[in-house]
Design a protein around this ligand. Structure first.
Ligand SMILES: NC(=O)c1ccc[n+]([C@@H]2O[C@H](COP(=O)([O-])OP(=O)(O)OC[C@H]3O[C@@H](n4cnc5c(N)ncnc54)[C@H](OP(=O)(O)O)[C@@H]3O)[C@@H](O)[C@H]2O)c1
Length: 290
């Protein structure tokens, strides 16, 4: 049995869909039973549990061949986005100790090798460390910057003819489609490690700068769109204008600065480097429904 958490989200949905298409036995974990109905209709078992509930999540993963898990995202307006992290990490690791699955694939991030200075990614460093300490064989799937992150900026960029971001305009950064994360995670689940941990670093087919992203968007919508690099403080101000709390804006500011300084980058070394096939243009088209 393969157990998939976060199944109503970007990556978990693709993991479950991919495994079901391969006729693998799948149990999805949802917090709200109603969200499991569509998966039940597709042949999955459904377990109702929060990742913060080690008892319930532990029962859901008991004896599983593989588990897919992620750290739930924080709210954009959350004044204290780190508050839930200890309970979430304790819930996941408590469940792994209780359920002892044969293998777990953890959605992590580029830059998670560093304990600090990476904004929201630092929580994934802590998650990796704590999962490794459970002794459950684990794959840490360190995904690049999600291509879908651009979704929030597209309407304004198309309307105003400019894509604003604090990323260095001509610096190519690793980006990946969430579909490629889901299909890669499904493959890693059926090709498990039997002991210890492995790190898999995943990006898209090529790297893209802010300039490249604006050019791809121009090509999709058929009008010129300029890339405009703003200071980190400008990014934080814009995020707050969109409803982010000061703490969330600070986290994204720190992460963007860390990407610009290569503090958020792939670790290399023993990590397995994988590239997905989905291009940024494909994701932009899909985000815009074109
Ligand atoms: N954005 C990036 O560039 C980037 C890069 C690398 C890694 N990441 C990681 O990717 C993660 C998000 O992955 P995603 O986009 O696939 O997720 P997503 O679309 O944001 O969905 C989150 C999922 O988690 C579930 N969830 C939330 N709280 C839960 C809880 N307490 N117990 C059980 N399930 C819970 C949600 O289910 P409900 O239906 O119950 O709400 C939903 O299915 C981030 O948290 C981050 O760690 C992001």
């Amino acid at each position: 049995m393969f157990v998939v958490a976060g199944v109503s989200g970007h990556t978990g949905s693709v993991v479950a869909e991919t495994l079901l298409s391969q006729r693998k036995p799948v149990r999805v974990v949802v917090r709200d039973a109603a969200r499991g109905e569509a998966w039940k209709a597709r042949g999955a078992e459904v377990a109702v549990a929060s990742l913060t509930d080690a008892e319930a999540f532990g029962r859901a993963i008991e004896g599983a061949e593989g588990v897919y898990v992620l750290l739930p995202p924080f709210g954009f307006a959350d004044e204290d986005p780190s508050r839930e992290r200890p309970a979430q990490i304790a819930g996941i690791t408590g469940a792994l100790r209780k359920g002892r699955p044969a293998h777990v694939v953890v959605l992590s991030s580029i830059g998670a090798q560093h304990p600090a200075g990476t904004g929201p990614i630092a929580a994934l460093h802590a998650l990796e460390r704590e999962v490794a300490a459970t002794g459950v064989p684990a794959t840490f799937l360190r995904a690049a910057y999600f291509m879908e992150n651009w979704g929030a900026s597209l309407a304004g960029a198309i309307e105003g003819g400019a894509l604003y971001n604090a990323l260095i305009a001509d610096k190519k950064i690793s980006q990946v489609a969430t579909r490629d994360i889901g299909t890669t995670a499904a493959r890693l689940l059926v090709e498990p490690v039997r002991s210890g941990t492995r790190v898999v670093e995943l990006s898209g087919p090529v790297d893209y700068s802010l300039d490249d992203t604006a050019a791809a968007l121009s090509a999709v919508v058929g009008k010129p769109i300029a890339a405009v690099q703003v200071p980190i403080e400008g990014l934080k101000g814009a995020l707050k204008g969109m409803g982010a709390s000061a703490a969330v804006a600070d986290l994204y500011g720190e992460m963007t600065d860390a990407i610009n300084r290569d503090h958020v980058s792939f670790e290399g070394g023993a990590a397995l480097r994988v590239r997905g096939a989905t291009t940024l243009e494909t994701v932009l088209r899909s985000l815009l429904g074109r």
